[in-house]
Design a protein around this ligand. Sequence first.
Ligand SMILES: *Cc1c(COP(=O)(O)O)cnc(C)c1O
Length: 370
Amino acid sequence: MELKIPEYILSIKPYTPGKPIEELEREYKISGSIKLASNENPLGPSPKAQKAMKEAMGILNRYPDASGYYLTQKLAAKLGVRPETVVLGNGSDDVIGMLARALLQTGDEAVMTAPSFLMYEILVKSVGAAPIFVPLNKLAVDLDAMALAITEKTRMVFINNPNNPTGTFIKQGEFEAFLKKLPSSVTVVLDEAYIEFARDPDCLNGLSAIGENPPVAVLRTFSKVYGLAGIRIGYGIMPADMAGLLHRIRQPFNTSSLAQVGAAAALDDDAFLQQTLHLVETELIFLQTALNEMGVTSFPTQANFFLIDVKQDADRVFQKMLEEGVIIRSMVSYGYPQYVRVNVGTRQENIRFLKAFEKVMGKMSQEIGG
Ligand SMILES: *Cc1c(COP(=O)(O)O)cnc(C)c1O
C-alpha cells in the first residue's frame, strides 16, 4: 500500500474499546460481574420500547423510513419544536459527526473542555479541524474561559451539560450571558445526554436557549435514561437551515427501523422514565452516604454517575475492582489520576460495588502503609 493519509487522520489516537464482559470474566475467572462504567440504565431498556421492537421484527426486510417521520413528529410535539429543526442520528455521536462534516473544514477550530467527551475531539479532527481545549474549573465548565478561547478561526464550541465525567452543571443565566459573547459564525453544540437526570431547578435546559445568533444545536439521546444504548439512536435540535444541511449529508438510512420504533415507544413510557429517575435519585444518596461513612470523598452530581477521589492511582483501583467483578472507569486518561467514575446501578449492584470498594481500598491502604 502507498496510501497518502492526511496528517489530521494520523493525529487521531485509536479508540480503545473495553473488552466484552464475557471476555473479562474468562480472563479473571470471575462470574456475575457488574458494569458501572458507561452510564447506562441498570433497569434495562424501556419495556414499551422492547415490546414495540419485538413487534417490528416482521418489517426488517424493508429499508427504514429515511425521514424517520413518526419519531420526528413525536419528538417535535413532545419538545414543542418544529419537526424541521430535528435531526435523528445513529446515536447522538452520529449527529456530532454530521455537524462536524457540515460546518467544519481544515484550519477551523472547535473549542471544547479538557477533559471532554472523546467523540468531540475524534470527529473534529476527522474533518481536519483543530480541537482547542479549555480546562474545567473545579470540575465545572468554565464558560468565561471558553469565551476567551474563541478566535477568528473558531466555528464550533462543545458544551456538555450536565457534564460527563464530572457531573457538574451550568445555570440558565450563565449560559445566556455566554451566548451574548459569541459571534454568530460560531455554532454552540450543547450536548444534553444527561439532561433528564438533572435535579437542580437552576440547571440550564438548552431548548429554552435555542436561537440563531449564535446558532445553538442541542443534542439528546435515547442511550441513557431510556436504556436504549445498544440500538443506537439520538437526535439534535437546531435551526431549520442547519438541520437542512445535515439532512443533505447524512446517510439516508442512518437510523434503523427498530431504533425508530423503539425510541418512539420509549417516549411514551413515562412509568419507566419515572422509575429510572427515582432509582438514580435514591441510589445516589445511598451510595454517596455509604462512601461518606467510609471516609471516602465523592463529588456532587446532576447526572446518573459521579466521581470518587480514591487518593491513589485510579488505574490500580480500577484493576483491583475488576478482579472483584466490578467494572468502573478510571479517570487517569481524563487527567484525574486519582479519581474513578461510577454510575448508579440497582440497589443490589450498588451494595456489591460498596463491598468490593471497601475491600479494595482496605487492602490498598495496607499495601501503602507497608
Ligand atoms: C453517553 C453520551 C452521549 C450519548 O451518545 P450516543 O451516541 O447517543 O449513545 C453523548 N454525549 C455524552 C457526553 C455522553 O456521555
